[in-house]
Ligand binder design. Sequence first.
Ligand code: ADP
Ligand code: MG
Length: 353
Amino acid sequence: MDNFKPKFTDVNTLGEFGLIEKLTENTVKYHTSTVKGIGDDAAVINYGDAYMVMSTDLLIEGIHFDLMYSPLKHLGYKAVVVNLSDIYAMNAVPTQITFSIAISSKFSVEALEELYLGINEACRIYNVDLIGGDTTSSTKGLSISVTAMGQVKKEKITYRSGAKVGDILCVTGDLGAAYLGLQILEREKQLYVSSPGIKPDLEDQKYLLERQLKPEARKDSIKYFEKEGIIPTAMIDVSDGLASDLMHICKASGVGAYVEEGKIPIKQEAELMAIKFRLDPATTALNGGEDYELLFTIDESDLEKIKYMPDVYIIGEITEKKEGLKLHTTGGNIHPLKAQGWNHFDEEATGQN
Ligand code: ADP
Ligand code: MG
């Protein structure tokens, strides 16, 4: 007994996705109404004629947001929007949210009212109802949990798992800007901390900062699909970065893919700022994250329809699983596409094991 030492495995050894897989490997589905549980942008529940989709996120001060540069109003707005993005990623329309907070005594009523101004603004713009939540105290800082619900006709639901060889790989909007916005905010914070008298130099970086502090979800894209009768074969929202999120599609669909570096949409502001930070613009677009654009695949036969979609870019194609994930560089080379950080995923998705 005295020698008994409980096993202690550091959670970092598995990575986020490995950890989720391990913790949920014994999860049992007791209801046939649970159409899709863990493993996509949102869960799918059979709701008679339609599917209800549901997604939840937890945001912790100091980890997911920094109140030194995130105004509470923007934070409330962003917390809602990033959840709605997961609903859109299922080709669904969001309808309700719940919003829960844990607050320490440093927060005033006025500060929390600011947070709710942002929440209400997001609800107005995205046409969703705030229907509940929970409020508790915390020993330190602010924690937020948002759950979003939405609806989709059964035949239109889009999983990560439907991509097939020959499908066209598309992304909405531009990539990398949110990450660069964060780099600017972090840089100015460091400067401010070391010399508080200095006024932050943020004036001419409105686009990059807005992409970080006040992102939008692609409700327009879902509307376009509906109008044009397009059902993507697979879809995910770009929260972790194009490379990592494409790997999720490839892993779930059992396919490979290539991305053409020259076709990755990067705004000029982002390109210039990346260079200023001595970063490769394409790498920031591939690995930056928090863009909340939609990465999706369509059948070849939908190519004509997609050509006229506003703000969409064709960036590659789905290939056989054995081809793995590849980047076709502007210089004409072919490299394995790696998502930074999640090694065990890389091996599986690039078919190297
Ligand atoms: P996203 O980036 O789209 O929000 P995540 O990477 O957070 O998705 O989660 C991937 C999948 O794992 C989702 O289906 C999510 O609901 C599920 N999941 C995440 N954390 C847990 C957990 N602690 N317990 C059960 N399921 C989880
Ligand atoms: Mg997602």
